[in-house]
Design a protein around this ligand. Sequence first.
Ligand code: AP5
Length: 217
Amino acid sequence: MKPLFLTLVGPPGAGKGTQAQILCETFGLGYLSTGEMMRQAAQAPGPEGDQLREYASSGHLAPDDFTNAMVARRLDDMPAGCLLDGYPRTLDQAQALDEQLAFRDWKLSAALHLRVPDSVIRSRLLGRRICPACGSSYHLQFRPPSTSGRCDADDVQLTQRADDVAEKIERRITAYHQLTEPLIAFYTGSSRLITVDASADVDDVRDALVDEISRLR
Ligand code: AP5
C-alpha cells in the first residue's frame, strides 16, 4: 500500500490535535505536529530554546525557513505516511512540503480543512486544559476530566497553555486568516482540499473525516 500523507488545516482550536490522535490510530499513520515539536524544542536551554518559547507562547508564527527545515528532518522517519498537524501554515510552507515529499517520491493526498467559526474557536481555546505530564487535552465544558482539574490518565494537575489567553488567541486567529487561509485556495486549485464542518461534536467530525480518508485509500 502506498504511504498516505495528509495535513489538517484549520484555525487554532479547530480540533486538529483532537482529531489527529483518533485518525493516526485508525489509519496507522505517523503524527507530526509542528506546535508540539516547537513546544518540546522550547524546553532546551539556550538562544534557540528562548526564541521558540517566545513563538510558541506569543501566538506569532515561527519563521518559514526554520519550520520547513524542522519538518524536512522528520519526514524521513515517516515511510508509512503521516498526518501533519499545524503544518503547512503559509503558502511558502505548502510549497516546501510539496517539494520535500516529491524529493522522496511521495505526495500529499489531501488537505483536510476543519471549518469552524471564530466564535466557537474562542470558547474552545479559553476552556482547554492540558496535562503537563502526558499531553492529554480536555475542555472544561465539552470534554471535562472525571475529577475536576486532574488528568484521567495520571491524576496530574491540569494546566492552561501559555497561548490560550484572550489576547494571544486573537493574535492566532488573525494570523490564521491572514497567512493560513490562503492555503484553502492553494489546495482547491490542485484538487486536494476536503472540507469538513468541525463545529459539530468530536464524534461527528471524526466520522466525517474517517469517511473521507477511507475513500483516498
Ligand atoms: P499549535 O500547537 O499547532 O496550535 P494551534 O494551531 O493554535 O492549534 P491548537 O493546538 O491550539 O488547536 P487544535 O486545532 O489542535 O485544537 P484541539 O484539538 O486542541 O501551534 C502553536 C504555536 O506554535 C503557533 O501559534 C506558532 O507560534 C507555532 N507554530 C506551530 N506550527 C507552526 C508553523 N507551521 N509555522 C510557524 N509557526 C508554527 O481542541 C481545542 C479544544 O477544543 C480542546 O479543549 C478540545 O477538547 C476541544 N474540542 C476539540 N474538538 C471539539 C469539538 N468538535 N467540539 C467541542 N470541543 C472540541
